[in-house]
Design a protein around this ligand. Structure first.
Ligand code: NAP
Length: 282
């Protein structure tokens, strides 16, 4: 049976480190790293996410701010909110909770965020720095995947890595982070021919598809590390993109869903907020 890659424990270790380093940063600079969450509308799930981000921030000794805007806000109102927080020196990180409701266009909103406060890592400047492997703020879920591989000492250099999914928020950035750590990376997607033949080559297999349990044990190389980014709500509960019962018989290490990649996302957001505070004062 595969080693279970415990995202909760790994996230707790990141929180512990960030809390310790944030305290040292405050002692050194007198500035408390600050994160603002901007939520447009009243989507219940988004409210839960935003609240837990704020609570976690405070627990780690960082300042937490929140701005709630009504669902019928205009594009201008949302963009003005971002501009105000850009100018507010108490804040090192700005997170606009996605998706935006109605006809609001998230692209210009995200592009307005000061790149030095782009803790989600979605601004084109952050994307450019990622592609060029320059220091910068990396998207949280992909950074969480890399942290799990690091925490479980899974060798990346020279490994054959296959990422299933090519989205801007998960697939592409994970593939780039793996490449920058010298994996040989293949990105598979909905047009890939014979997906199982591709995934069976992977020493590291990252699934970011959004299709419940589509990666089955027979698609996995024996001993591979399998990182399941998928979060799918089904009638039988929350499941990943990987069929855990069959995959865990073959893999060497595997993330469960829930409790794998999920908890890493907030942990890396807080780590990014501290990093942004440092970069903005260096
Ligand atoms: P997305 O934007 O919908 O992208 C899905 C990708 O999967 C696309 O590139 C698509 O290919 C590919 N795909 C779809 N069907 C396929 C098939 N049959 N074979 C091979 N590839 C296929 O999704 P996403 O935003 O990247 O999210 C992926 C999953 O991760 C979702 O379950 C999401 O809920 C989860 N997620 C989790 C976290 C977290 O914190 N753990 C964060 C973000 C997302 P094409 O490009 O060809 O269409």
């Amino acid at each position: 049976m595969a080693t279970v890659i415990d995202g909760k424990a790994t996230a707790a270790a990141v929180h512990e480190r960030v809390g310790r380093e944030a305290a040292a940063f405050v002692a050194e600079t007198g500035h408390m790293p600050g994160l603002v969450t901007i939520l447009v509308g009243e989507d219940a799930a988004s409210q839960v996410y935003v609240r837990s981000k704020g609570e976690r921030c405070k627990e780690l000794g960082m300042a937490s701010f929140h701005e709630g805007l009504p669902a019928d806000s205009s594009q201008d109102q949302v963009e003005s909110a971002v501009a105000r927080w850009n100018a507010d020196d108490r804040v090192d990180g700005i997170l606009v909770q996605l998706p935006l409701p109605g006809d609001l266009d998230s692209k210009p909103v995200l592009e307005l965020i000061d790149p030095s406060k782009d803790v989600d890592g979605f601004h084109p400047v952050s994307v450019g720095r990622l592609v060029a492997n320059q220091p910068g703020l990396r998207p949280c879920t992909p950074a969480g995947v890399m942290e799990l591989l690091r925490a479980y000492e899974i060798p990346v250099t020279g490994a054959d890595a296959v990422v299933v999914g090519r989205s801007d928020i998960v697939g592409k950035p994970v593939a780039l982070l793996l490449l920058h750590q010298s994996a040989t990376v293949t990105i598979a997607h909905s047009r890939t021919r014979d997906l199982a033949e591709v995934t069976r080559r992977a020493d590291i297999l990252v699934a970011a598809v959004g299709r419940p349990e589509m990666i089955t044990g027979d698609m996995i190389k024996p001993g591979a590390a399998v990182i399941d980014v998928g979060i799918n709500r089904t009638e039988s509960g929350l499941v990943g993109d990987v069929h855990y019962p069959s995959a865990s018989e073959v893999a060497g290490a595997i993330t469960p869903v829930p409790g794998g990649v999920g908890p890493m996302t907030i942990a890396m957001l807080l780590s990014n907020t501290l990093q942004a505070a440092r970069l903005r004062r260096s």
